[in-house]
Design a protein around this ligand. Structure first.
Ligand SMILES: NC(=O)c1ccc[n+]([C@@H]2O[C@H](COP(=O)([O-])OP(=O)(O)OC[C@H]3O[C@@H](n4cnc5c(N)ncnc54)[C@H](OP(=O)(O)O)[C@@H]3O)[C@@H](O)[C@H]2O)c1
Length: 272
């Protein structure tokens, strides 16, 4: 396989975004590895995958809108990524490209830090790509998942596809029916005044918002006021990046260093 000096890792996306660069760079520095991570804004995902082979890029994260588009060009897809229908991580091992989905691992690790998911009733708001990864992971971990989504058609299709329940629109969510609430809609992302749900939460609910800018979204602030335990979206983002570092380096990821880099970068972005 072609090799570069330093070892190159990266991210492909339509619009380059620096968060992954900061998190991964901090990880490789802490591990003492001569790796460089670059975010490529690309227009053609097929040629981007070809470039991984041509240049011997060790690992490549994949962001929207290319998470499904890269799949036909890989040598192998991990079964979980196949079930989710999205690849956000390409691992290049001796020229063989395998696609993984570390979003679902990030979501499950973030939730499991706070609770055992097995047998718990989990309400999931949203039915887009991220919700799909959360629903898959939560179900695998034993949670009873119910999806609520603005578009009933999309919500029902996702629920049917993954073998979970569909509960209706966001207005149909009743907090007392659940132990865990996860917001995987894009509502609240970069919108610090917006909460996707209107109703009051109960103190026994564990609430995760996967939106990560701002770190404390309006939903999380309202949940904390109601006495709920909360998990910010940065925790999912962090754990999914840790899984990527583990794949690309075959070493444990330096979580604390990566978390500091992530939170510092968001702080700098939101105060720029
Ligand atoms: N923390 C992490 O690691 C992580 C990872 C991936 C994504 N994310 C975040 O997750 C969020 C969703 O990403 P995605 O890729 O799944 O996006 P997506 O595929 O575009 O899906 C967006 C979802 O939000 C819903 N939605 C959008 N506007 C709404 C509104 N005004 N009212 C109610 N529902 C609305 C959509 O409902 P309809 O189906 O009705 O349109 C859909 O369910 C984004 O904020 C993204 O930044 C976080």
């Amino acid at each position: 396989m072609p090799r570069s000096i330093p070892t190159l890792c990266g991210s492909i996306t339509a619009e380059p975004f620096s968060l992954a660069v900061r998190i991964h760079t901090a990880a490789y520095q802490a591990l003492g590895l001569d790796y460089t991570f670059v975010c490529f804004g690309v227009e053609n995902p097929e040629l981007a995958v070809q470039a991984i082979r041509t240049l011997g890029i060790r690992g490549m994260s994949v962001s929207m809108p290319y998470k499904a588009a890269v799949m036909p060009f890989l040598d192998e897809i991990d079964p979980a990524a196949k079930a989710i229908g999205a690849v956000n991580t390409i691992n290049n091992q001796n020229g063989r490209l395998t696609g993984y989905n570390s979003d679902f691992i990030g979501a499950v690790r973030a939730l499991q830090e706070a609770t055992d998911l097995n047998g718990q009733k989990l309400a999931l708001l949203g039915a887009g790509g991220a919700a799909r990864a959360v629903a898959y992971g939560a179900k695998q971990a034993g949670a009873q998942v119910t999806i609520f989504n603005r578009s009933a058609e999309r919500g029902k299709a996702l629920a049917q596809d993954l073998g979970v329940d569909f509960g209706g629109s966001l207005h149909d969510f009743v907090a007392t029916d659940f132990a865990i609430l996860v917001n995987a809609t894009s509502v609240g992302f970069r919108a610090p005044e917006v909460n996707p749900i209107a109703q009051k939460l109960h103190a026994d609910l564990l609430v995760m918002d996967i939106a990560f800018i701002p770190v404390r979204t309006k939903l999380l602030q309202d949940a904390a006021k109601a006495g709920c335990r909360t998990i910010p979206g940065t925790r999912m983002l962090l754990h999914q990046a840790c899984k990527q570092v583990e794949l690309y380096t075959e070493r444990p990821a330096p979580l604390a260093v990566m978390e500091k880099a992530l939170l510092d970068a968001i702080e700098a972005m939101t105060h720029a």
